[in-house]
Every structure is written in C-alpha cells, then in structure tokens.
Design a protein around this ligand. Sequence first.
Ligand code: HXC
Length: 260
Amino acid sequence: GKGAAFAGIVAGRRDRVGLIILDRPQALNALNRQAMDAVVAAATLFDLDETIGAIVLTGAGRAFAAGADIKEMAELSYAEATARDLFAGWDALTRIRTPLIAAVNGFALGGGCELAMMCDVIIAADTAKFGQPEINLGVVPGMGGTQRLTRAVGKAKAMELILTGRMMDAREAESAGLVARVVAAAELLDDVLTMAAGIAAKSLPALQAATELVDAAFDSTLTEGVARERRVFHAGFALDDQKEGMRAFIEKREPRFTHR
Ligand code: HXC
C-alpha cells in the first residue's frame, strides 16, 4: 500500500497488516532518538487503527538494527542518560496490543536484538545475526537484553552471549528458542506478511488475550498464570467470535470473525 515517511523509517500497509521498515541503511539502521520516536508513533497509530490486525517490523538493507546509535550516545554524561531515562521510550512498544512481528533480515545487535525481543514473535532470515555486543563498548545491555534474552534462551546461553559479546546466527538463535522460524532471506518479507495477514484475520480480542497470557507467563507464578488463563478462557464465551469460531468448525466452513 501507500507508504508514509517518518524520520528514519518507512511505514505502510498491505490490507490489514501494518508494516514498519527501519530505514537508515547507511548506519545499519542504528536506533537514534528519531527512529525511536518514529517507530513508537507508527506502531501506536497502527494499534489505534481498527482496520489493522497485525504489525510487522523489519529493516532496510543488511541490518534489522545494529543497535542503539553509538555516535549519538558516546559523549553523554551520566546525568544526561539518567535525566532522559535513555531508551525508556521503547517500552511503549510493549504496550502495543496488536500482534507485533519482527522480521529480522540481518544484524540484530544490542538495541536491535532487544527491539526484536520486545515484539511478540521473531521470524529470522537465514542471514540474520543476533547478539548483545554492549560489553565490547564497556557497557551492559540497556533495552531489556539481560532480562528478555535470559528468559528466551536460559541463563547459560544468555550469560555466554552477554559476557563475550559474540554474534549468533539464525539457526543457533532458532535452536536456542529466540526465533520462531528461519526463512530464506529472499522470502522473508513475503513470508512474514503472509503470516501476519493470517493472524490479522483472527479474532482480535482472542489475539490480545493470547499475547497478554503468554507475556504473563514471565511475570507470574505458574498457579497464578494458569488461573488467569482459565478466567480469560471463560470470558471468551462472552464474545460472538467464540460462537462463530466454534459453529464454523462444526459447519465445516471458514469462520468470519466480527471483532477483527
Ligand atoms: C551508530 C553504526 C552502528 C551503531 C553500525 N553503524 N552500527 N552507527 N551506531 N550501533 C555504522 C558504522 O559506523 C558505519 O558508518 C556504518 O554503520 C556501516 O557499518 P560498518 O561497521 O562499516 O559495517 P561492517 O564492517 O559490515 O560491520 C557491521 C557490524 C558493525 C558488525 C554490525 O557495524 C558493528 O559492530 N556495529 C556496532 C554493533 C554494536 O556494538 N551494537 C550495540 C550498540 S549499543 P560509517 O559512517 O563509518 O560508514 C546498544 C546499547 C543499548 O545497542 C543499551 C546500552 C547502553
């Protein structure tokens, strides 16, 4: 569809799928302040748009994002970093309730890896490279890497990656559980847009409940999480989408959900 340019990104849509492309390829899509504001704004607008049922985030060129913009932050003082609450603005993405899919086309390093991990699902090109190289810059990850990578791949691998700063390829990321699927690079965007269109055809309240419950698995005890899931499951019977979905199955036809 028609695209709109914010600073550092391109946003557009294909039917019910919103697409956000990080677009500073000459800097390997390093995440500066403008890119943060633009991604958050585009994702928020898509989230408010009732005709958008899924959002895809990807990068132009050979990177998804090679991290926070080192040139922008190199000379910051502690006072500036803390007063600005550097990188806290990205947290807005975790409040986006429309399913958000990262199509990782190349380097996803530092803040780029952390940005991918803020999305609901990561699909990677076979050429993708993941890592938290902050240790090589004399710092630690600052956009959730120590927390989300550890939850995604476990302590052993997270610790090794964060202490060495090395990159891992797409296959390793898939076997470690960071990435849902690996796709040939040339097919990545089509594949993910097709997947997103399929998701966007489902019941939005059911999708929102599902992402909320999976996220709750990392933030609650098993007993609390299972109890919450059961109540949310029960609440699904208040929606006509539940009736439509189950009747369509029994009548051997495709469901037509009202709340998309
Ligand atoms: C600013 C960056 C950048 C970055 C690349 N560039 N990554 N600029 N911030 N994170 C720029 C380069 O300076 C260069 O600009 C251009 O992009 C192309 O990069 P090259 O290095 O020439 O490409 P290549 O040799 O192919 O190496 C690719 C690479 C390397 C391995 C990905 O660029 C790299 O190591 N990048 C930094 C990765 C990193 O450390 N990320 C973590 C950032 S810290 P010019 O102008 O020279 O052409 C982070 C922290 C979050 O994310 C919170 C902690 C505080």
